[in-house]
Design a protein around this ligand. Structure first.
Ligand code: BES
Ligand code: MN
Ligand code: ZN
Length: 481
């Protein structure tokens, strides 16, 4: 969906659908004759403008828009960016259902958008255009959305929203694709495409290269799979930069648990175990498009399946990672951290100012936070603050979890430098403590996105499936670094 900035006369133009964001109370709908009729419906309380309430009015005569959709925004003073984003999502979804090729979106006179709200509206519209690529969808998203606002620099704001959200939608697509279609080869080919299109450096370390690099962590997890494994590098490097930031994503294209096999119920959802990698690839697509100043960004993805087989790694095994540190394998289902040990170690080679990893790492974080937020783990207060600020601006929520020394103690091993599981207690915290062993003193934040990355229920007009979580959050953090 292409976003463009419009003018108020567009609200009365001859398009299939005009959408108006309407707060409670008085105010002109400023959408020509159809708007006048809708104003009557507002007066008669047929439409109360409660949050996310909708009403469609169809035109009786020709000229002007064929239909008008009102989206309620609640009290004007309490309108949040999240609600405006949701209104954009509703507008695009309803536009598609009506078969509109072009829609115009604006606000009632009693609601003025600022730059941030306009961006959120644009994000919502582009989010609505995502379609799962395998099954034929019954609706086609509008090709164009004209957004009418009084905002200065509206075109640039909308362009940025579109570029970032297209990264989010790519992450959603990769997440929703099943393990037979989105395997390590697929992630590699999409990452390469993103790099070619966006003029980023791309490198795929294949199995032979990983052996040369002594990356015994990812190789151990891959041992049970018939498919290849890779560590991918995607690098954005502006001519002048002040900081180097590495983003690392967990890319388990399917996690059966390995020899510590998962129960059958719900195992199909483990196709989503590459959502950290998907967000990393989507983020790099966004970064390549928006070209943030002053930061060099390197996206690193570790990708493999985790399968049981005669050649699979086993509980009790001790593996030597690329960093030289050894891991005692307690549970082969705690494979994400084993893969990330090598991916994070590779990140340190770029001497970055910070490492941020995204991983669907633990079921425990879903127990703690549900699907509302990612668990944020870091011992670096400045990095925590940055990510919390970015979360507040993007509504991709993070919750700062503790990193007590006791968790570092809990992952110590009798047989190796570290063990990959310390049992049930504080499962997400001990997983984070494990990861911190491989960042070599570089400021490191770990985002456990096991809950935030996908949800099988639809919520607030967002369809079930992958959320693309992390793209908007980290793009914002990078743009404001
Ligand atoms: N990919 C899973 C984590 C997961 C589970 C994400 C459910 C989303 C929903 C991860 O590889 C895993 O299996 N973790 C184990 C760790 C345990 C064996 C220490 C877990 O959380 O149970
Ligand atoms: Mn697992
Ligand atoms: Zn996993």
């Amino acid at each position: 969906m292409r976003l463009t900035a419009g003018k108020s006369s567009d609200l009365d133009s001859k398009v299939p659908l005009v959408v108006l964001l309407v707060p409670e109370g008085k105010g002109s709908l400023r959408a020509g004759p159809l708007g006048k009729r809708a104003e009557g419906l507002v007066k008669s309380k047929a439409f109360k403008a409660k949050k996310a309430e909708t009403l469609v009015v169809h035109a009786e005569s020709s000229g002007g828009p064929r239909a008008l959709l009102l989206v309620g925004m609640g009290k004007a003073k309490e309108v949040t960016r999240a609600l405006v984003r949701r209104a954009g999502l509703i507008a695009g979804t309803r536009g598609a259902a009506l078969g509109a090729k072009k829609i115009v979106v604006g606000t009632a006179s009693s609601l003025e958008l600022d730059q941030e709200a306009l961006g959120a509206l644009g994000e919502g519209l582009v989010l609505s255009a995502y379609r799962y690529p395998v099954k034929k969808s019954d609706s086609t998203p509008p090709g164009q959305a004209v957004v009418v606002s009084g905002v200065r620099g509206a075109a640039a704001v909308l362009k940025n929203a579109q570029q970032v959200t297209e990264g989010t939608n790519l992450a959603r697509e990769l997440g929703d694709l099943p393990g037979n279609l989105c395997d390590p080869n697929h992630l590699k080919s999409i990452a390469r495409k993103v790099c070619t299109a966006g003029k980023l450096r791309f490198k795929a370390h294949d199995k032979a290269a990983l052996k040369r690099m002594k990356m015994g962590g990812i190789l151990a997890v891959n041992a049970g799979s018939d498919l290849p494994c890779y560590i991918l590098e995607m690098e954005y490097k502006p001519a002048r930069y002040k900081k180097t930031i590495c983003i690392v994503g967990k890319g388990l294209t399917f996690d059966a648990g390995g020899i510590s096999l998962k129960p059958a119920g719900g195992m199909e959802e483990m196709k989503y175990d590459m959502c950290g990698a998907a967000a990393t690839i989507g983020l790099m697509k966004a970064v390549a498009a928006t070209k943030p100043k002053d930061v060099r960004v390197i996206g690193i993805v570790g990708t493999t399946e985790n399968m049981p087989s005669g050649s699979a790694y086993k509980p009790g095994d001790v593996v030597t990672t690329g960093s030289g540190k050894t891991i005692e394998v307690i549970n082969t289902d705690a494979e994400g951290r084993v893969v990330l040990s090598d991916a994070i170690h590779l990140a340190t080679k770029f001497e970055p100012d910070a490492i941020i990893d995204m991983a669907t790492l633990t079921g425990a974080v879903v127990v703690a936070l549900g699907h509302e937020a990612a668990g944020l783990f870091s011992k670096d207060d400045k990095l925590v603050a940055r990510l919390e600020e970015a979360a507040a601006r993007t509504d991709e929520k993070v919750w700062h979890m503790p990193s007590y020394e006791a968790y570092d103690e809990a992952v110590k091993s009798k047989w190796a430098d570290i063990r990959n599981s310390a049992g049930r207690d504080a499962g997400s915290c001990t997983a984070a403590a494990f990861l911190f062993n491989f960042s070599g003193g570089v400021p490191h934040a770990h985002l456990d996105v096991a809950g935030a990355a996908w949800e099988m229920a639809s919520k607030e007009d967002f369809p079930p499936g992958a959320r693309g979580f992390g793209v908007r959050l980290l793009h914002d953090a990078l743009a404001n670094w």
